[in-house]
Write a protein that binds this ligand. Structure first.
Ligand SMILES: [Zn+2]
Length: 264
């Protein structure tokens, strides 16, 4: 009897949940920081992080949060020298590519030589970049830093390539929140991920296999970056429906290389 009851309750909950998803509809008028138009943001799914899209450019909340943070922190962004690692074809990447005076995009192609150009895109490994020191005003990454095997090296390398007063502005899911950061995977001797917990992969525009999740970051990412680079680090959390920004895990991190004395 209890077994049947349990089964019934489970089915009932599942139906309620499915109905909730099926009937979910969220709509908001606003200004999109990525396509710079007055648009409607809509979602037919309660998981706004992936489904709350701009009617014009189809950007998602973390992309709009990233672009708005770039604009707020560096209002002169269009005139700056920008490096974006692993950009996509949506959201902030499209606007940066279109409007920034100097925009360099890089991807990591495992079988190509570092520093070479592959189909117009420079091959770079964030952990060992071929760029000279002090090149960029801004380095941008969007949900990349949870896929890095040696994040200390990657942050140090990004810091090295920044000009004084420049910044790495990036989104990364801080899924551990107040719990400490956990390493989720390490690289085995053949270069494949060796997961320390349940394997997790995210989609990757340049790899069918996807990207292994290597880190579960907590808010202590701020201390991690400070310790390894000496940067000034802050977390920006935006909940701003007028710009279509509302979702879980959309914190933006600003890691700034301090300006020289007398510089702004
Ligand atoms: Zn848009």
């Amino acid at each position: 009897m209890i077994k049947i009851l349990k089964k019934y309750v489970k089915a009932k909950i599942s139906t309620i949940y499915e109905n909730h998803i099926a009937s979910f509809y969220f709509k908001q008028q606003g200004f999109c920081p990525c396509c710079e138009q007055n648009v409607t943001f809509t979602s037919k799914h309660p998981w706004l992080r992936d489904y709350f899209k701009c009617s014009n450019c189809h950007s998602i909340p973390r992309e709009r949060a990233l672009m708005l943070t770039i604009k707020n922190e560096y209002p002169n962004w269009q005139a700056l020298k920008i490096h974006e690692s692993s950009p996509g074809n949506r959201g902030h990447s499209v606007l940066l590519r279109k409007k920034a005076k100097s925009y360099t995009e890089t991807q990591y192609f495992p079988n190509e030589e570092l520093g070479c150009i592959v189909n117009g895109i420079r091959c770079e490994d964030l952990e060992q970049q071929t760029f000279p020191d002090g090149q960029f005003d801004l380095v941008i990454t969007s949900d990349v830093m949870e896929h890095i095997y040696e994040p200390d090296k990657a942050f140090q390398e990004i810091y090295r390539t920044l000009k004084q007063g420049g910044a790495h502005i990036f989104s990364v899911p801080i899924i551990n929140k107040h719990n400490p950061t956990q390493r989720w995977a390490k690289k085995d001797k053949n270069g494949n991920p060796q997961f320390l917990f349940k394997p997790e992969w995210h989609s990757n525009p340049v790899s069918k296999k996807g990207s292994p999740v290597t880190m579960h970051w907590g808010y202590d990412i701020v201390d991690f970056i400070k310790t390894h680079t000496g940067a000034e680090v802050k977390i920006v959390y935006l909940d701003d429906l007028s710009h279509g920004i509302r979702a879980e895990y959309i914190e933006i991190i600003v890691m700034k290389k301090p300006a020289l004395h007398g510089q702004a």
